[in-house]
Design a protein around this ligand. Structure first.
Ligand code: BG6
Length: 513
């Protein structure tokens, strides 16, 4: 690349933006569609408050709720208040709340009704006049995906999506972004026909997690790991996102979607991309996304999908000392459902760096415990100059990025057992966020909402990434659909037996975190 094409600001010595300065959003508002939903109550509204509490929102910030309720602003304020009291991360402050409260507005409306959007446009204009939000508005679509196209079209028709000079309008979409490649393409076309690509923010909340961003620091700020981060040293990689909860009251969303579309298509393939990618030229959105896309385009499925994938569905069982229902008995799950609640895949990344290294991905509900981790498992030393009996309890070296809940990094290696004989056994060395830092990690949604208001896109997948991920998953889902029912596993276990067999065929075993 010629020097003239290098974006200004890439050279830290000449960088006019000091990254240590707090990043504070400018005059703006957030319009939340689907404000009565679970996500709004548990994550989005508390995150807005936490940002306000940390002084990262402008004083005149506006928050507009849009839903099919005949609420006045005051009713909405009570809903936000309860959500904040229940779920905010930072302590409640009456003065912060009062200031936020002054910018709260509610627009009763239907997603497919023109008049509702006219009311919304009036409210947004009033906010500009009363609160100085400057014509800068982000529209957050926390609604079922079947409404994405409808809402974006109506935002366009009502003029809400069009900024005048010097202002911005952005749209934030929650997953699932489509249910296969074809539908994702259609959605992308509709959304990007209204909002330019750099105004579309697709949420994958895993990218907002501190521990996921730490993967970039771990890999690219250190000299220790990168030399062994390749097929010469790595035996395989296991990426796990295990949940102990069931689907709760989410049958309406979950049934027909299932574990692979809900978690693998987005969160786990993003983790794989960050784990396997080359060093980006910079952490600017374009450079980072380009490297992730290269990985996703190089991902290959196993030749025999029956042997290289597994899926399951939780049956009744015991969890945390409690008897729990099976998936088919959950409220709202239709008879004859074939939706999987567990999915495991074997993937390879067809590049020189990763040739022949399997990446095993698994996710499931009602598993033994809640844990998300990336485990890079290394090959055994080519030669062990010990008696055979001395290394019987020595496993493979591993580097484990503990995404949650116990955030940190573990290295597993062999160490001499104290005593007069030479015996080597696995030990671990741990870094825990709680021990090394006094600050607690912000919630993923705090980071992501702030980035939307700042217009910073690196942590949001672009449409090509979404499409590449569907391209990987589509053949697997079609294969499973042809095979009918998933295999049952008892709630509280570690998934179906076929997932263990999948690993055993490769001479490996899942970690039991
Ligand atoms: C969501 C999925 O994206 O992630 C849910 O739709 C899942 O099914 C959730 O429970 C898990 O998120 P976290 O941050 O608790 O791991």
């Amino acid at each position: 690349m010629s020097p003239a094409r290098v974006a200004p600001g890439r050279n830290p010595l000449r960088d006019p933006r000091d990254k240590r300065l707090p990043r504070i959003a400018g005059p703006s508002s957030l319009v939340l569609f689907g404000v009565t939903g679970d996500l709004a109550r548990s994550k989005l509204l508390p995150a807005v408050y936490d940002l306000a509490n940390r002084g990262l929102l402008p004083p005149g910030f506006g928050l507009v709720g849009f839903a099919r309720r005949q609420w006045a602003d005051q009713d909405f304020a009570e809903v936000v208040h309860d959500a904040v009291r229940e779920n905010a991360r930072t302590p409640f402050s009456e003065s912060v709340w009062q200031q936020l409260c002054e910018g709260l507005r509610f627009v009763p409306g239907e997603l497919d009704d023109d008049e509702s959007y006219e009311r919304l446009a009036r409210t947004v204009a009033e906010l500009d006049a009363e609160r100085g939000t400057g014509g800068n508005h982000a529209f957050y679509l926390s609604v079922p995906p079947r409404y994405f196209a409808e809402v974006t079209r109506r935002l366009a028709a009502s003029g809400l999506s069009t900024p005048v000079r010097g202002q911005w309008r952005r749209v934030v979409v929650e997953k699932p972004f489509g249910h296969d490649l074809a539908s994702a393409r259609e959605l992308n076309e509709v959304v990007e026909s209204v909002f330019p690509p750099d105004a579309v923010f697709r949420i994958d909340h895993y990218l907002g997690k501190e521990t996921v961003q730490n993967l970039l620091a771990l890999r690219f700020a250190n000299q220790l790991f990168e030399p062994v981060w390749n097929a010469h040293y790595v035996d395989h990689v296991q990426i796990t996102m295990a949940e102990d909860i069931g689907i709760g009251g989410r049958a309406g969303y979950y049934d027909g979607i299932g574990a692979a579309r809900d978690v693998i298509q987005n969160h786990l393939l993003q983790l794989l991309a960050l784990t396997a990618m080359e060093e980006p030229v910079s952490f600017d959105a374009q450079d980072l996304r380009a490297e992730k896309e290269k990985v996703l385009s190089a991902v290959r499925l196993p030749p025999d999908l029956s042997r290289g994938t597994a899926r399951g569905r939780y049956a009744a069982g015991w969890q945390g000392g409690e008897q729990v229902r099976g998936y088919l008995e959950e409220d709202g799950v239709p008879d004859g459902s074939t939706t999987e609640t567990y999915a495991a895949l074997t993937l390879t990344v067809d590049t020189r760096r990763w040739a022949g290294v399997p990446f095993y991905l698994r996710t499931g509900k009602r598993l033994g415990r809640r844990v998300t981790e990336i485990a890079v498992v290394f090959k055994r030393a080519p030669h062990l100059p010990f008696e055979h009996t001395a290394t019987e309890e020595l496993g493979e070296n591993a580097l484990v990025i503990r995404v949650q809940p116990d955030e940190g990094v573990t290295i597993r290696f062999g160490s001499k057992v104290p005593g007069t004989a030479m015996e080597v056994r696995d030990v671990t060395m741990d870094f825990g966020y709680g021990h090394s830092f006094t600050e607690s990690s912000p919630e993923a949604y705090e980071r992501l909402l702030l980035d939307v208001l700042l217009g910073e896109p690196p942590l949001f997948p672009r449409h090509r990434e979404v499409e590449l991920s569907w391209q990987i998953l589509d053949p697997v889902i079609r294969h499973w659909e042809r095979r009918g029912e998933p295999e049952d596993y008892p709630a509280g276990s570690w998934g179906p037996a076929s997932a263990d067999r999948m690993m055993a065929r490769d001479g490996r075993a899942w970690r039991r975190p």
